[in-house]
Design a binder for this molecule. Structure first.
Ligand SMILES: [Zn+2]
Length: 274
């Protein structure tokens, strides 16, 4: 008999408003689908506070990140960074982020994106916890800042969709890579199917980025197009197909990588009293 999957969704936006009315059911469906652990992405100060609250309701099954997305960096301040620092003293917070640069949509001015990206990487270094990174159309500046500020902490580029050169640059910087349902997209994701083979197993993790990026290969997609963590097995299967490995092996491999990366299930030595 097959063992049930116990995969880790390293990036799910459960604090997003589209999950407001049925979050509990969404979470239960994810558990039933074999998603044993979820890391809820914090994308703003309030979003990070909500992510932490959700994590606290499901000890050892749901964790959170604390950060400000580049889209929201125009609302970031020194006080925001202090609040993130305080949030991160909770053991449920396993990374700073998502933070980074997004020059594709430029929802915040670039100088502000850069300033608060740098401040969050510095915060992760100060706290010695991993960073959850977002980069779109900004790789050069992104790498410059990361090389300058990051010293020790592990970091993952979530939702990688880039080119071979971009992947190599990230691997050379010792970064982990998060793969979403983008790899299931027959229009935009074809190149990823080759590239995923080049990611060392100890650096490869999977995520839904729900409610975004519903896997296009999914049969019977919900009409509203909302992605859910319960759909992570579709991403797993796509990655397994690319690697030519059984899904169970890729499940075990990516789960182990996620547990090591986020130190899941290992009680944090971080002090709550500072
Ligand atoms: Zn992102």
């Amino acid at each position: 008999m097959n063992k049930p999957l116990q995969i880790v969704d390293i990036g799910v936006n459960l604090a997003h408003r589209s999950f407001q009315s049925d979050r509990k059911e969404v979470i239960e469906r994810a558990f039933a689908a074999g998603v044993g652990v979820m890391v809820v992405t914090g994308t703003s100060l309030t979003g990070s506070q909500e992510a932490l609250q959700i994590a606290q309701e499901y000890p050892d099954q749901i964790y959170a990140t604390a950060g400000v997305h580049p889209h929201d960096s125009r609302n970031c301040s020194e006080e925001t960074i202090s609040e993130l620092r305080r949030l991160a003293t909770n053991e449920e917070v396993v990374a700073i982020g998502e933070c980074g640069l997004d020059f594709n949509r430029d929802f915040s001015p670039r100088p502000q994106q850069e300033k608060w990206f740098e401040a969050q990487v510095a915060l992760a270094e100060e706290l010695q916890i991993p960073v959850f990174l977002h980069e779109r159309d900004a790789q050069q500046r992104f790498c410059e800042i990361l090389v300058r500020v990051r010293k020790m902490v592990p970091a993952v580029v979530h939702c990688f969709t880039g080119t071979r050169e971009e992947l190599n640059a990230y691997l050379d910087m010792d970064l982990h890579i998060g793969i979403t349902g983008w790899i299931c997209d027959e229009r935009r994701g074809i190149h990823l199917r080759e590239l995923v083979k080049e990611i060392p197993p100890e650096r490869l993790m999977i995520e839904t980025d729900a409610p975004f990026l519903i896997p296009r290969t999914m049969p019977n997609k919900p009409k509203d197009g909302r992605n859910e963590p319960a759909f992570l097995p579709n991403v797993l299967q796509a990655v397994a197909d690319c690697l030519g490995k059984p899904a169970a092996d890729v499940a075990e491999m990516t789960t182990q990588t996620a547990k090591n990366f986020f130190q899941l299930g290992i009680k944090s030595p971080r002090s709550k009293t500072s």
